[in-house]
Design a protein around this ligand. Structure first.
Ligand code: BUP
Length: 454
């Protein structure tokens, strides 16, 4: 088999939105018989991360887990109070500790695939180890084009509210990730400093597929966006795997009893906690939508700090009303399994990139409600591709409160739109072709392994 002689180290950074695609890539490489080392950083920020890694390692005992103890960081030094960004920075600053354990691996490594937040330190590491360095970019291809082009944008340019990216198009400045606009923030540093070093990479892997972003990937590879970019390899949609199934309460039994497309699923990712005021409005919105719902409440940024029960967070009275019409949970669920359930007809999503690709894979139309980060850029793509709607006037979810009544009305619109449903079904078909045996995903992974094994 193709990958027998190839040994790849995968090096994710913090947060489920980064870890999940790395583990899905790992599973794909294992299907092609690659030998893998997974670098895991300790202590992890969230329990969700530690639990997922331990399920992954038990499911694939043939992989080597290289546990790496990072040096902790003073929030003042990092100019951030976001625990995930702090972890990004702490991992970046600890990378040198990996030189010796990685060089001791046998067989020796053929390549390193790291998170985008680790570019500058990982380039030093891969140069010492004399191996190619790839990045798995954990957002969309359009977001990558912004990442590549941003160091060359003059933000003070008074010419307008748009950033023009050659061969790609324009991105409104209001859609830029908010942490990017904070001077000296970790996020800003990664964009402005590491962004300039993309050209030194050997390749960039993106969870992208032709039907969604073929034009963007082609533009990036044509040299028209920026001269000298490394090859951008679309490997998506990355397939969710069995090991992702968490223990505990599963909503699937409840969904089983419900008719096709009768339930709206609302979840806002693992990074942004909603305010108590917004949580109430979401509850009111779901209850007034006229549809059954499955809602995952996110009350704390870091799950380890999430100690209060739903009654406390949502309010007893509202909770009673909600339980008559839907299911409300506060724990980690298997999102892709839910999206793939026939009872689910719509997805109110923050548009984290993994969620967008999962909705595409399962053919579920999206009501985009970006909360932070790259999510407005992803929401713009969802709307442009006709697989969802984005109410731009809602702004950033972490800043403005949307009233329940307004939300309920939009959910109704989402669930009743034949146009969105038909377009989402088309995209699902395209995604199915890409992930079929011998489809574009398989071929992309084969080619990568071929390159690495030389
Ligand atoms: Br919440 C939640 N179960 O309960 P995104 C998320 N997920 O399986 P994010 C679950 O985590 P960033 C849950 O399916 C997706 O694969 C979900 O990644 C899964 O958003 C992943 O969608 C979340 O990219 O991360 O978490 O906000 O902003 O870093 O992309």
């Amino acid at each position: 088999p193709s990958g027998d002689l190839t040994h790849v180290a995968l090096f994710p950074s913090a947060g489920m939105g980064h870890l999940v695609p790395f583990l899905r890539l790992a599973a794909a490489l294992l299907r092609h018989h690659c030998k893998l080392t997974l670098i895991t950083s300790h202590p992890a920020v969230s329990s969700a991360e530690s639990q997922l890694i331990s399920r992954f390692v038990s499911a694939f005992p043939q992989i080597t887990e290289l546990k790496f103890h990072i040096v902790s960081l003073d929030p003042l030094v990092a100019n951030s109070d976001d625990p995930f960004f702090l972890q990004f920075e702490a991992i970046r600053r600890s990378v040198h500790l990996l030189t010796s354990p990685l060089s001791a691996l046998s067989p020796p490594l053929s390549a390193l695939v790291c998170d985008v937040s680790l570019i500058s330190s990982a380039l030093v590491l891969s140069a010492t180890l004399k191996i190619p360095n790839y990045v798995l970019f954990t957002s969309s291809a359009i977001m990558f084009s912004l990442f590549a082009y941003y160091p060359f944008v003059k933000m003070s340019d008074p010419s307008g509210d748009l950033i023009h990216i050659p061969a790609i198009g324009s991105i409104p400045k209001t859609s830029l990730p908010p942490p990017l606009l904070v001077d000296n923030s970790i996020f800003n540093k990664i964009f402005t400093q590491d962004g300039r070093r993309i050209k030194e990479l050997n390749g960039v892997l993106i969870n992208a597929m032709d039907a969604m972003e073929g034009d963007t990937v082609a533009a990036l590879n044509s040299g028209k966006v920026l001269d000298g970019l490394p090859p951008v390899v679309p490997i998506g949609p990355l397939l969710p795997c069995e090991f992702e199934n968490p223990e505990g309460k599963s909503p699937i039994k409840w969904l089983e009893k419900l008719p096709p497309r009768s339930v709206v699923f609302a979840s806002f990712g693992s990074r942004t906690a909603a305010s108590r005021e917004q949580i109430k409005e979401i509850g009111i919105g779901l209850a007034s939508s006229g549809y059954k719902f499955l809602w995952i409440v996110k009350d704390k940024v870091v799950d380890k700090e999430d100690k209060e029960g739903l009654e406390e967070v949502v309010g007893e009275e509202l909770m009673e009303k909600l339980e008559e019409k839907g299911m409300v949970l506060k724990e980690w669920v298997n999102q892709e399994e839910i999206l793939g359930h026939r009872a689910v007809g719509g997805f109110v999503s923050h548009c984290g990139w993994n969620s967008v690709m999962e909705a595409a894979l399962k053919g579920v139309p999206v009501l985009a409600w970006p909360q932070n980060g790259d999510q407005m850029i992803n929401a713009g793509l969802v709307a442009k591709k006709g697989v969802g709607m984005w109410v731009e006037k809602w702004g950033w979810g972490h800043k403005c409160v949307v009233k329940g009544e307004e939300l309920g009305g939009r959910i109704k619109e989402l669930m009743e739109s034949d146009v969105l449903r038909a377009r989402a079904a088309e995209l699902k078909e395209e995604a199915a072709k890409a992930v079929a045996v011998g489809g574009s995903c398989d071929r992309a992974i084969e080619r990568l392994i071929g390159r690495w094994s030389k």
